[in-house]
Design a binder for this molecule. Sequence first.
Ligand SMILES: *[C@@H]1O[C@H](CO)[C@@H](O)[C@H](O)[C@H]1NC(C)=O
Ligand SMILES: *[C@@H]1O[C@H](CO)[C@@H](O)[C@H](O)[C@H]1NC(C)=O
Ligand SMILES: *[C@@H]1O[C@H](CO)[C@@H](O)[C@H](O)[C@H]1NC(C)=O
Ligand SMILES: *[C@@H]1O[C@H](CO)[C@@H](O)[C@H](O)[C@H]1NC(C)=O
Ligand SMILES: *[C@@H]1O[C@H](CO)[C@@H](O)[C@H](O)[C@H]1NC(C)=O
Ligand SMILES: *[C@@H]1O[C@H](CO)[C@@H](O)[C@H](O)[C@H]1NC(C)=O
Ligand SMILES: [Zn+2]
Length: 667
Amino acid sequence: MLSSLYVSAVLAASLSAVTAQTFQRLGTCPTLGCVLPPDQQDFLPGQQFDIRFEVHAPKNGSEAFNGGVPDDKFTATISKDGRSPKTISSFFKISEPAIEKWTFSWFEDLFAKDAKTPSVVNVASKVYRRVALYEPGTYTVTLKYYSGKTTTATWAVRPLATKKKAKNVIFFIGDGMTTNMITAARLLAHKTVNGKYQSLLQLDKFPVLGHQMTHSIDSFITDSANSASALYSGHKSTVNAMGVYADSSPDAFDDPKVETIVELLKRIWGSAWGAVSTAFIADATPIALTAHTRLRSQYGALIEQALNGVTNYSWPSAGGPDAYFGGGAEQFLPGPGSYKGKDYYAEFAKHGYSVSLNKTGLLAAPNNKKALGIFCKSNLPVWLDRNIFPENTKKLNNTPSGASGTATDLPGLKDMTLKAIDVLHTRAGKGGFFLMAEAASIDKQMHVLDYERALGDLLELDDTVQATIAKLKALGELEETLIVVSADHGHGFDVFGSSDTKYMAAQDDDRAKRDAIGVYLNSGLSQYTSPPPSGNVSYGTGPNFPLNWDPRYVIAAGLGANPDHREQYGVDKSGPRVPAEPVTDDDEDYYVNPTDRPHGFVVNGTLPTDQAQGVHSLTDVPVYAMGPCQDSFGGTYSNIDVFYKMAECLGLGQPTNKTITDKGRRH
Ligand SMILES: *[C@@H]1O[C@H](CO)[C@@H](O)[C@H](O)[C@H]1NC(C)=O
Ligand SMILES: *[C@@H]1O[C@H](CO)[C@@H](O)[C@H](O)[C@H]1NC(C)=O
Ligand SMILES: *[C@@H]1O[C@H](CO)[C@@H](O)[C@H](O)[C@H]1NC(C)=O
Ligand SMILES: *[C@@H]1O[C@H](CO)[C@@H](O)[C@H](O)[C@H]1NC(C)=O
Ligand SMILES: *[C@@H]1O[C@H](CO)[C@@H](O)[C@H](O)[C@H]1NC(C)=O
Ligand SMILES: *[C@@H]1O[C@H](CO)[C@@H](O)[C@H](O)[C@H]1NC(C)=O
Ligand SMILES: [Zn+2]
């Protein structure tokens, strides 16, 4: 007795020393018994999910336990509000699943990684698939293992919301967009006179503004996969995971799933839904609406899930998008990028989709049919290159048809969003529609420190929001549509002054070049809002965008996290930036790219030297809301609350299982 207590005290001490930092055995599981969903998770009444239990037996390393033999006789119970606990299978009235076993390994810290000594863990597990909790309240799940150890998870089922208050929801996501970027974009596109703005961003005119905290479930810096998933499902997850709680098994598709907003909307209201993105459409933010995997890089399989749902487990399908527009032809052309090498243009067409490959085709597509539009390989070229420096788009070999050459006749975010609204409005019945529209390259261009290209795409988002409001008004749908504009995470970007590009280029050494930067009084005023002196306005488009993207005095800006690079400030007319490069092709050690910003000065990096780009940062991000339920979006809250606020407004809570099949009540 004494000795086993001693062992567990030592174990507890060593566990707290190795968990939750650079490497984690399983982020949501600091002890050797894991409950997924873990402690502190919230649920919408009736939202379907899977439950997984894992018992870990580390074979070696600092946690070595039980000779590496996992307890496969573990038991688990659930109880509501302190009532007597029931086994999982009796509580949910489902049969007891079989035990699964596997082995995985991980590094406990950087020393172990350098020494190439992974710790090996044997696992026994059970998964209970497709259950739901209907009664609001507090549930306690208890896992008992190794004769006497317990892991407890407390779950909260939130109060019911069965009344549908908004017919439609349009959710705009500026990927990586922060308040600082919005402030900079306003400075570029809107003129001030003696400190007073003469016009404003559309976002500035929203009636309600809130703040969301973006942390992942097991790290304080998030990626776009699990942050999108938190916004769409009300469940946080791990970096790279979407629509699941990440488990430790080798299969990236067997992790315990959670139902997403479009799956709920389809099941409960039969709503139409769509996704629009300037990224490849299998990228995290658009694909997380339907994806259930721990690995966001499974692009081909995730397009299959978007079209047909999860097919190898019983799971509610979102029925395939009604409108699906973006880049990423690689996952549609038959070949290595598509699921099982199939032609996904043909697969979508078989399901009754119109397929368009350019803007002309998109605008001509019938509004009463499901619509797929894939306009290039990879991401769409950014707004700045499509509109101001179009020669840059001609360098790309990116046709969506797979023929060699350049994708031409490209739509922008506004074209895709307005067309998606036409299709969704036409196809939606009483159940209304849900549309997610993503400005993806705010993030992608901030990663490569290309501030102007990022801000151009932010202004494109703002212009799209403005056009969306006008469109909804024209359709008579504005009063019934909740519009939310937010981000999934930020980057540590800000503007701290202006820079005289002419003076900087004329200086020879790095320290003298820095004298070109004007701070405080010398920052002066924005020169982007006036036409160039020559009257050549072809570097700008006005209104809602700068009149001149290439003034002599430009914004001096930076990021809190960056690789080695050179700063020159001002737009790069030759195309998106590559700030750092490896010394040799097979090297993972990044230095200043010798050809980037040749007139600038060197800024040494703050990131590990294997990082070629900037990274996401900790900041909270803004949430703008307009329409039914707008007031619920004020204040500061977690990213999962964005889901619960939308779900509340859409009446997605269900009081009993019966209502799932009781179509009459819901239509
Ligand atoms: C654990 O055992 C494996 C071999 O099974 C070995 O490769 C690894 O280095 C060991 N790790 C530690 C931390 O001893
Ligand atoms: C709902 O009830 C049906 C039987 O009426 C059952 O087959 C199904 O598994 C239940 N679903 C959930 C999520 O509880
Ligand atoms: C389950 O389906 C996914 C695609 O949705 C696929 O990639 C995966 O291999 C499948 N797993 C099994 C065990 O069939
Ligand atoms: C647009 O795509 C259609 C086929 O999808 C093609 O026939 C047409 O030539 C394309 N137009 C342009 C301008 O590329
Ligand atoms: C106007 O700007 C364009 C760039 O879009 C440039 O090619 C052209 O030379 C400029 N014309 C004058 C007169 O500066
Ligand atoms: C700073 O950057 C310069 C240029 O790439 C490089 O030579 C120098 O080693 C860097 N210093 C550090 C501390 O990384
Ligand atoms: Zn990113």
